[in-house]
Design a protein around this ligand. Structure first.
Ligand code: SDX
Length: 430
């Protein structure tokens, strides 16, 4: 990585700071020594101009609408590969050979069962618990079941924990769904591929044979690919920060799931569908566009806008295509929600407010309609996002742990509270 330096004049002092160039994308100014040289911190609460780490995993060009995983465009990975191939690529940095892919699939498939006592763990939840609450708790609880893969200093244990989480997330997610609908848990089947196994665990019942629809399992596998990783988004940054303290991987992923749940992040797919249902018909769209533009109205068009993409989210295009494939396969001709979504997108993309602010549909805009058509309840949408993003969180956590320069993350602050003052005895307080 080449580097030069930049000069900064701050607090009356001239400071020379190293500039580091990446392979592609913006260079960075290394401010590690800024405080020592100036007594000042930088200030960037939303991290809009701050690189928190160096990474080789994913690259996003927000202006061009480009997303690369280890250099491969998301469109090509989604078109030609499957989710476990993308998992291998994110974890190890290269596309697997046929032998490596077969071995990886075999290992993942044989870790899909969870400890039988996890069933009893689930009994403690109310049936109407939000499945994301169940996911946060259950994934965190994995560190109580799998003590033999929590020592992060041991590369073997790190790999075992990584494989276990990728393999077991679909099982736990399906259990969360089954528990919420009062149906018996369904064990994974080793003769099914990753996405088919998940559909089987979610939708089969003991009373009859369940046949996986190959069009739906292929669509779901592609949806998992689209959600696998996305640079240093809020939940990935949460996992990195939790991992920087040496916390065990299960606890770190549970922290990532908790962060993803927020409606500004992964919770947007659930919120986007609820928004489309609230809008209800094409006639109501102008009223909601006006609400979204009204500074005094907290309403936002869920599924629109992105911190990085100031062009169309490349995943949204593939998501839209997948949505139409699924609706066609299921014989859903005129889905009113899809009509609202298509018209809302058309109006928003021609409205000066959205054009000036570069607010395009993101991955969450079409995913809700697709997942609802496939039979998932709205509160399961973010669970599926967490299922797919687990490999991204793990790959980023692994990269951080294996970085020899890794230190605990500990940001500073701009303090605007009270200066030092003496304690006031109770009797003196008015
Ligand atoms: C994901 O980071 C990732 O990579 C995340 C993700 C991933 O794969 O990990 O891509 C997944 O989280 C996608 C984003 C899903 N969230 C939503 O769809 C929720 C709706 N979107 C917004 O809340 C918002 O766009 C964010 C949170 C996505 C981005 O927020 P920013 O970058 O902090 O932008 P901002 O809030 O400062 O908005 C900039 C301007 C504001 O207007 P002004 O104050 O400048 O006048 O745009 C407006 C906002 O009011 N704006 C919107 C809007 N999003 C931003 N106005 C109406 N509707 C919206 N959706």
């Amino acid at each position: 990585m080449s580097s030069s330096s930049g000069n900064l004049k701050v607090g009356g002092k001239d400071v020379e700071l190293p500039v580091k160039d990446g392979t592609i994308g913006p260079s960075v100014v290394d401010i590690g020594k800024l405080y020592g040289q100036t007594g000042m911190f930088t200030y960037d609460p939303g991290f809009t101009s701050t690189a928190a780490c160096e990474s080789k995993i994913t690259y996003i060009d927000g202006d061009e609408g480009i997303l690369l995983h280890r250099g491969y465009p998301i469109e090509q990975l989604a078109e030609h590969g499957d989710f476990l191939e993308t998992c291998y690529l994110l974890l190890f940095g290269e596309l697997p050979t046929p032998t490596q892919k077969a071995d990886f699939d075999h290992r993942i498939t044989r870790h899909t069962m969870v400890h039988e006592q996890m069933m009893r763990f689930f009994q403690g939840f109310r049936r109407d618990a939000h499945p994301m609450a169940v996911m946060v708790a259950s994934v965190g609880a994995l560190s109580a079941f799998y003590h033999d893969s929590t020592d992060i200093s041991d590369p073997h244990q790190r790999m075992v924990a990584s494989m276990r989480m990728i393999a077991k997330m679909p099982t736990i997610a399906a259990m969360a769904h089954k528990y919420s609908v009062g149906q018996p848990f369904v064990y994974p089947k080793n003769d099914l591929d990753y996405a088919s196994n998940f559909l089987h665990m979610c939708f089969s019942v003991p009373c009859e044979e369940y046949k996986v629809n190959p069009v739906l399992s292929r669509a779901l596998d592609r949806i998992f690919i689209l959600h696998a990783d996305h640079e240093q988004n809020a939940s990935t940054s949460t996992v990195r920060l939790a991992g920087s303290s040496g916390a065990n991987p299960f606890a770190c992923i549970a922290a990532g799931i908790a962060c993803l749940w927020g409606p500004a992040h992964g919770g947007a797919n659930e919120a986007a569908l609820q928004m489309l249902q609230e809008i209800g018909s094409v006639d109501n769209i102008p009223k909601y566009i006006a609400k979204a533009k009204d500074k005094n109205d907290p309403f936002r068009l869920m599924g629109f806008g992105h911190r990085v993409y100031k062009n169309y989210d490349p995943r949204a295009k593939i998501m839209q295509k997948t949505c139409h494939e699924v609706l066609k396969e299921l014989g859903i001709k005129d889905d009113p929600l899809l009509d609202v979504a298509v018209e809302l997108e058309r109006i928003a993309l021609s409205d000066p407010y959205f054009v000036e602010k570069k607010l395009y549909p993101n991955i969450d805009f079409y995913s809700g309609i697709t997942l609802k058509a496939m039979g998932f309840s709205t509160d399961m949408f973010t669970v599926l996002f967490a299922l797919a993003r687990t490999v991204g969180w793990i790959a980023q956590w692994k990269e951080m742990i294996e970085d020899p320069g890794q230190r605990i993350g500990r940001p500073r602050q701009l303090y605007t509270g009270s200066p030092k003052r003496d304690y006031i005895a109770m009797a003196q307080r008015k």
